[in-house]
Design a binder for this molecule. Structure first.
Ligand SMILES: Nc1ncnc2c1ncn2[C@@H]1O[C@H](COP(=O)(O)OP(=O)(O)OP(=O)(O)O)[C@@H](O)[C@H]1O
Length: 773
C-alpha cells in the first residue's frame, strides 16, 4: 500500500497549493470589493455607475470563488509529452499567469472526458481525485496508453485501478457518486461526465439540439452542464443576452437550483411555462381534455381573430352633439380609419392612436364643413380636444377599437361564449363548452402561452406606455436639475456644454440590473440560448411562446417522449418541433441509465414496451442486489383497500429505516395515483411514531414538503426527481389515471437503490419477466 499512500501524499501537496491559490484570490477580491464600497456614493453619476459596475463584478467573482470550494480539483491528465494537467471547477493561474488548474470547460480539459483506450490522443493516464473537504482521500487511475507507461516504469497504482477497457470513464468515482445518499438537491456531475454526455455538453451553440433519453440517463445533468459550458465558451454573447432555463415546476427548479452555482454560474433565468409572462402567475391545474385543446396550434388564429373582433365597424352611423355642434360617427369613416390603423402593422394597442387620430380628423373635417371657414391650427387643436374629451365620442371610438390587456382578451374568450364562437369556429360546440369558465378564474399553465400570444398581438396598452413616458420625463427633469447643479458647482459650461447635453450623458437606463434580472421582467426579452427540460410536456402553443424568446433558435431541448403525461405534450419530437422549428433541429440520444439499478430499469423497460410507449434503449450503469421487491396484498373486505394502504405504510417505514438518516440525507417516496395521495399521507403520518419512534417521527413530520425525507406523491409530481427508495402503490391504478402507462414508467424509474411495489390488483404486463416455458 506504500505506493498508493505516496500518491495520496503527492496529490495532497498539489491540492493544498490549489486551495491556497483559491484563498489568495478570495482575499484579494474581497479587498477590492471593500475598497470600492468604501468610496460610497460620492462623485458624478458616471463615477458612481462605474463603481457600481465594479462592485457587481467583484461580488460575482467572490460568489464564484466561494461556490467552487467543494471538489475544486477532481482530475489529472498525464500527457505523452510528460506534462501533467489538473482539471477542476474553474481555471486557476499563478501570479506569473502559469496555469495551475484547467477549467473543466476549457478545450484543454476535453480529453479528461473523452479519451479512451482506443482513442487516447495524447493522454497516457487519466486520474480521478477523490477529495473530502480539502483532503485527498483516494485516487482512481485509468491507463490509456499501457505501452508508454510500461516504458517509463509507470503503472497503475495498486488499490483502485479500473479496467482501461471499461465503457464507463472513472468507473469507481462514478459508481460511488451514483450510490451516494440523495439529499433532495441535485448535485453536479462535473467530475464524472461520460463521453456520450460530454459530446452533447460541448456541442455547437447554433441551432436546436434535442436530447432524447430514457429515465435517469442524465438529461437534466447534461442540460445544466451544457448551459454552464455555453456561458463559458460564448461568454461575451450570452452574458449580454442571457440564458433561459425552462423546467416543469417550481419544485423541480428548486431540486436543480444548486447545480449551476456550484459550477460558478449564477446568471441563468430559470422559469416554468406558467411564469413565462411577467405579471401572470398560473396557480390552477387544467383538466387533461382542456389542456389538450388549449395546446393546439389553432390558437394562433383564434387569438388573432379575437383581437380583430375588437376592431369593429358599428352597425349604424351614430349622431353626437359636442359643444353645440352636430357630428356623425360614420360607419364608412370608421372602416377607413380601421384600415389605416391596420396598415401601420403595429400591435392592436399600439395602433390605436392611429385609429383615434384618423377618426378625430374626420370629425374635425365635419366641423370645418359646418362652419364653412378656414380653421387656424389653434382652432383645430381646440375642436380635437373637445371631441376627444367627449364621453359619447370616447365610448364610440372604444367600441370600434377597444384597448385591452392580454388577460382581458383571454378571460373574455372563456367567459363569454359568443366571443369564443366568433373567434374559434374550428372548435366544436362541445369543445367550446369544455373551455367555459367564470371571468375571474385563476390562470393555468395552459393559459400562459395563449396570454403570451395575445400580448404579442396586442402590444403595450398605450395608457401604460404614457404613464411610463411621464415617469421617464420626470426622471429626465431630475437629471437635468442635477446637471445644472454640476455646471454651477464646477463653473463649467461656458458655452461648451449645456445642462441638457450633460443630462443626456448622465441619463441612466433605469435601475442597474443584471441581464438575468432585466430579462426575467421583460416579456419581449430575447435570449441567446434557451434550455428546456422535461420538454416532452410542452404543448405546440408553449413551443411557440418559447421560440418567440430565442429568435436565433439556439436551444437545448431535453426530454423523453415515453414519459409524457400532459395531454397536450409530445409523443414524438418531430410532431412537437417541426411546426415551430421547421425541421431545423438535430437529435442526440442518451442510453445509459445512471440512476436506476438494472433490475428496476429492466422491469420498467419491459412494462413500457408492453404498453407501447415510444421508449429509447436503456442500459443500467449498475446492479444493486435486491433492488426490486414485489408485494401482493389480498384485497381487504369492506370499503377501499385498507390492506393495501396498511402494507404500503409498513413498507415505507421499513425502507425509511434503511435509507433515511437523521443527518438529513436519504430520501424515500411513496408514489401512488393522485386520488390516493392524501389518504396514504395521513396513514403514514399516523404510523410514524410507532414505527420509527416519537423523536424521529416528529423530526420527519416537521420537514417542509420540499425538504421531506419521507413523502407521498403522485407520479406527475415525482417527474424529474429521484429518491433512494420508492414504494410504488397499486401500479394498475396509476395506469388508469390521466397519464396512463407513461406515469407508471416515471414512477418506476425514480429510485436509485430500491423499488418496492405493493399491489392488490394484477401487475401491468411486463413488470414481471415472463420466463419462456
Ligand atoms: N456522468 C454522471 N456522473 C455521475 N452521476 C450522473 C452522471 N450522469 C447522470 N448522473 C446522475 O444520474 C441521475 C439521473 O440524472 P438526471 O436526473 O439528469 O436524468 P434524466 O435523464 O434527466 O432523468 P429523467 O428522465 O428521469 O428526468 C442524477 O442523480 C445524476 O446526477
Amino acid at each position: 500500500m506504500a505506493g498508493r499512500q505516496d500518491e495520496l501524499v503527492r496529490e495532497q501537496a498539489v491540492v493544498d497549493r490549489l486551495y491556497d491559490r483559491l484563498d489568495e484570490l478570495r482575499a484579494s477580491t474581497r479587498a477590492r470589493l471593500a475598497a470600492v464600497r468604501r468610496e460610497g456614493s460620492v462623485g458624478t453619476p458616471q463615477n458612481r455607475s462605474e463603481r457600481d459596475a465594479f462592485a457587481t463584478l467583484y461580488e460575482d467573482r467572490a460568489a464564484q470563488l466561494d461556490a467552487v470550494e467543494d471538489r475544486l480539483v477532481f482530475g489529472r491528465l498525464d500527457l505523452s509529452d510528460a506534462t501533467t494537467r489538473y482539471v477542476g471547477r474553474i481555471g486557476l493561474a499563478d501570479d506569473e499567469h502559469r496555469s495551475l488548474l484547467t477549467d473543466w470547460r476549457a478545450p484543454a480539459a476535453t480529453a479528461f472526458y473523452r479519451a479512451t483506450a482506443l482513442h487516447p490522443g495524447d493522454v497516457r493516464r487519466r486520474r480521478h481525485l477523490v477529495t473530502q473537504r480539502r483532503s485527498v482521500t483516494g485516487v482512481e487511475d485509468e491507463v490509456l496508453d499501457l505501452d508508454a507507461l510500461a516504458d517509463d516504469g509507470g503503472g497503475v497504482p495498486d488499490g483502485d485501478g479500473v479496467l482501461a477497457a471499461s465503457s464507463l470513464s472513472g468507473e469507481g468515482a462514478l459508481l460511488a457518486s451514483l450510490a451516494s445518499r440523495r439529499t433532495g438537491r441535485m448535485t453536479d456531475i462535473v467530475a464524472t461526465i461520460q463521453a456520450e454526455q460530454d459530446r452533447i455538453i460541448r456541442a455547437d451553440l447554433a441551432g436546436a439540439l434535442v436530447v432524447q433519453g430514457g429515465p435517469g440517463t442524465g438529461k437534466t445533468a447534461v442540460a445544466l452542464h451544457r448551459a454552464a459550458y455555453l456561458l463559458y465558451a460564448h461568454r461575451r454573447l450570452l452574458e449580454r443576452s442571457g440564458v433561459l432555463l425552462v423546467g416543469p415546476s417550481r419544485a423541480f427548479l428548486r431540486y436543480i437550483d444548486q447545480v449551476l452555482p456550484s459550477l460558478g454560474e449564477t446568471g441563468v433565468v430559470a422559469t416554468t411555462i406558467g411564469e413565462l409572462v411577467p405579471g401572470v402567475r398560473a396557480t390552477a391545474t387544467e383538466r387533461p381534455a382542456v389542456a389538450e385543446i388549449k395546446g393546439r396550434l389553432l390558437w394562433r388564429d383564434v387569438v388573432r381573430r379575437a383581437v380583430r373582433a375588437r376592431e369593429r365597424v358599428p352597425a349604424a352611423d351614430l349622431p353626437v352633439r359636442v359643444e353645440g355642434h352636430d357630428y356623425v360617427i360614420r360607419r364608412r369613416d370608421v372602416r377607413d380609419a380601421i384600415a389605416r390603423a391596420r396598415r401601420s402593422h403595429k400591435p392592436h394597442n399600439e395602433a390605436r392612436p392611429v385609429f383615434v387620430r384618423e377618426m378625430l380628423s374626420k370629425l374635425v373635417d365635419q366641423y370645418r364643413a359646418d362652419v364653412d371657414s378656414e380653421l387656424t391650427p389653434e382652432d383645430v387643436s381646440m375642436v380635437t380636444e373637445d371631441l376627444r374629451a367627449h364621453r359619447e365620442v370616447r365610448v364610440a371610438l372604444n367600441l370600434a377599437w377597444f384597448p385591452l390587456t392580454p388577460q382581458r382578451l383571454v378571460s373574455d374568450l372563456f367567459a363569454k361564449p359568443h366571443r369564443l364562437a366568433e373567434a374559434a369556429p374550428e372548435l366544436t360546440a362541445a369543445e367550446r363548452e369544455l373551455l367555459r369558465r367564470p371571468a375571474d378564474s385563476p390562470w393555468t399553465d395552459d393559459d400562459v402561452p395563449l396570454l403570451d400570444e395575445a400580448a404579442e398581438l396586442l402590444g403595450e396598452d398605450d395608457s401604460l406606455a404614457r404613464a411610463e413616458a411621464r415617469a421617464r420625463e420626470a426622471e429626465r427633469a431630475a437629471e437635468l436639475e442635477y446637471a445644472r447643479s454640476v455646471l454651477q458647482s464646477t463653473g463649467a459650461g461656458g458655452g461648451l456644454v449645456d445642462a441638457e447635453t450633460l443630462a443626456a450623458r448622465f441619463e441612466t437606463t433605469g435601475p442597474r440590473l443584471t441581464t438575468a434580472e432585466r430579462a426575467a421582467t421583460d416579456r419581449s426579452w430575447t435570449y441567446g440560448h434557451v434550455v428546456v427540460d422535461e420538454a416532452q410536456e410542452l404543448s405546440p402553443m408553449a413551443w411557440r411562446a418559447l421560440v418567440r424568446r430565442v429568435p436565433t433558435r439556439s436551444m437545448t431541448v431535453v426530454g423523453d417522449v415515453a414519459q409524457t403525461s400532459s395531454a397536450a405534450g409530445a409523443r414524438s419530437w418531430a410532431e412537437a418541433l417541426d411546426p415551430v422549428l421547421r425541421g431545423s433541429w438535430r437529435l442526440e440520444e442518451l442510453t445509459v441509465s445512471y440512476r436506476t439499478p438494472a433490475e428496476v430499469a429492466d422491469a420498467a423497460q419491459r412494462m413500457a414496451a408492453a404498453a407501447g410507449l415510444p421508449t429509447s434503449p436503456l442500459t443500467a450503469a449498475r446492479q444493486v442486489d435486491g433492488s426490486l421487491e414485489l408485494t401482493r396484498v389480498a384485497p381487504a373486505a369492506g370499503s377501499g383497500h385498507p390492506g393495501l394502504a396498511g402494507e404500503a405504510v409498513a413498507q415505507a417505514t421499513a425502507v425509511a429505516r434503511t435509507f433515511v438518516a437523521a443527518d438529513g440525507s436519504g430520501r424515500v417516496a411513496v408514489i401512488a395515483a393522485a386520488d390516493r395521495v392524501t389518504g396514504l399521507s395521513d396513514a403514514l403520518a399516523a404510523a410514524l411514531p410507532e414505527a420509527l419512534g416519537q423523536p424521529e417521527a416528529e423530526r420527519l413530520l416537521a420537514q417542509r414538503p420540499e425538504d421531506a425525507q419521507l413523502l407521498v406523491l403522485d407520479p406527475r409530481s415525482a417527474k424529474g426527481l429521484e429518491f433512494d427508495a420508492v414504494v410504488l402503490v397499486e401500479p394498475a391504478a396509476v395506469v388508469d389515471g390521466d397519464g396512463g402507462a407513461s406515469d407508471l414508467y416515471v414512477a418506476m424509474t425514480r429510485p436509485t437503490q430500491r423499488l418496492v411495489v405493493v399491489h392488490s390488483r394484477s401487475l401491468p404486463e411486463g413488470i414481471v419477466e415472463r420466463v419462456a416455458a
